[in-house]
Every structure is written in C-alpha cells, then in structure tokens.
Design a protein around this ligand. Structure first.
Ligand SMILES: [Mg+2]
Length: 266
C-alpha cells in the first residue's frame, strides 16, 4: 500500500460501481456511537445492558445499499446482541460476524469459524473467576461481563493493569490477547480475529478482498482494514487506505453509506 488515509473523495466511483461487491461495517464507533452501559450484580444474577440503535437514516441507507452490494457487520459483540440490534435490516444479503471473527450468521445459518480445545475454555473460565474476585474488591471499577460464547469481555470504568496481570498469570502459552476497547477489555484467542470471518465470507461469496470495503475505528480492526479496501473512521487509533475524519453529529459509517449511495443509486 503506497499511500494511507486518503480522503474518501478519492475513492473511485468506477470502483464503487463496477468492482465493489461487499461492504463490511464495524459496529461500535462506526455505525453506532461507542460506550455501552453495563452493570452486573455482585453475585452475577442480574445484568443490565443499554445498547445503541441505528439511526433511522442509517436503516434506510442500508436497506438501499443492499440492492447493490452484500452488507456484512463485524463486531466483538455477541451474535445474539447483533441480531437484535440489527433486526430492522436483516435477513437477505446481510451477514453478521460476532465475537471478533469467531462466528458468522449468513443465509440463515450460524457457523463457528475457529475451534478450540477445552483447555482454552477452562483458561477463560479461570480468568473470569479471578476477575470476579477483582470485581468484588473494586465494584466501582469492574462493572461486569458481557454474555459471550468464546471471548471474554469485562466492562471497567477505566484501563486497569490488574486485568492484564490476571490474563498473563493464566496464559502461560501466550495464546490470548487482552485489548482495551474504550469501555473494558476483550480477552480472546490471538489466532482468530475479524479477518478470519472475512476470509470465510469472501470464499463463500466467491469474491476477492479487493472487491470488499472494510471499516473500523480501533486496533482490533487492523487486520480487517488491511484485508479489504480499508476505511478508518478514527485516524488516532488505526490507519486505512482511506480515512474519514471525525465529524460531530455524524458517524463515519453513515458518511460512507451516503457516499456510496450517491454513486450507486444515481
Ligand atoms: Mg469498533
């Protein structure tokens, strides 16, 4: 890649019209604002999560975009959460990829894209148990866990070195990442990332990476942005072939959808 973070206006209309087959939207920070509220009771029997909704304009734009290209959503969130959040724009010509590349829902079927030994799940459980103890000690800093199958997501008030230490203690094999996401930590297997799902998707749809636009706003989007024609919506965090500068009142994903429709639907 010769030049990085080019302005969106340089994205060739001919490419959009004749080559583009798939647009992958990252979710948090790209099509909805970041910052999910999560609180879990100390014994884990009560959980409150407040989620964001797509704007009405974005729902309309995605419905229109689907007429021209396949739409893929990629997130660290759980599949169940994505399915409910994005229910307005399912089901045709849409896929959902969840838990940082571990699951994909497409054509009515859920696929698990990487397999792990039971020892992996045991390790995640041991980490979770230690983090529960940390939550008991610091209930105002550790808020609780998002329900997920494969990765572990703990919500915290701010970055905490204790979390990284707990992961390090259990992960002698160095097979886990522990990534601050702005609202907590995603802890999961290094061997799987958002690109894992894009490889599966492009094989299934018989397309090349060059026929896919990918978007992202964070470090965990790096592999994904490098895979397709990457568009970063947060230059301070991650680079892409193109970049959309932050704009108050409008999300990067909305700006992109508007730009694509201007070319496709004219
Ligand atoms: Mg994101």
């Amino acid at each position: 890649m010769d030049e990085l973070n080019k302005p969106l206006e340089q994205l060739d209309p001919d490419f959009i019209k004749n080559t583009l087959k798939v647009v992958t939207f990252d979710v948090d920070g790209v099509i909805v604002p970041t910052g999910t509220f999560l609180r879990e009771s100390s014994d884990g029997t009560e959980l409150t999560i407040k989620t964001h909704k797509l704007s009405a304009e974005m729902i309309d734009m995605i419905k229109e975009l689907k007429k021209y290209v396949w739409i893929n959503f990629s997130s660290g969130r759980a599949l169940l959460y994505l399915q409910s959040m994005l229910s307005d724009i399912l089901w045709d010509r849409v896929s959902l990829t969840a838990e940082n590349g571990n699951f994909i829902l497409m054509d009515g079927k859920i696929e698990q894209l990487a397999l792990y030994k039971q020892s992996y799940f045991q390790k995640i459980t041991d980490i979770r148990n230690d983090l529960k103890k940390l939550k008991e000690k610091k209930p105002n800093s550790v808020y609780g866990f998002e329900p997920k199958h494969i990765i572990l997501t703990v919500h915290t008030a701010e970055p905490m070195s204790e979390i990284k230490e707990v992961v390090k203690k259990h992960d002698k094999e160095n097979e886990l990442y522990c990534l601050w996401t702005g609202e907590g930590y995603d802890i999961g297997p290094i061997k799987t990332n958002k690109k894992t799902a894009l490889l599966f998707l492009s094989e299934r749809l018989k397309i090349k990476p060059e026929q896919m636009i990918t978007t992202g706003n964070y470090l965990n989007d790096k592999e994904m942005l490098d895979f397709g024609v990457g568009i970063s919506v947060d230059l301070e965090q991650v680079s892409g072939e193109y970049a959309i500068p932050k704009k108050k009142g409008q999300l990067g994903g909305e700006i992109l959808a508007e730009y694509l429709l201007k070319v496709l639907a004219r």
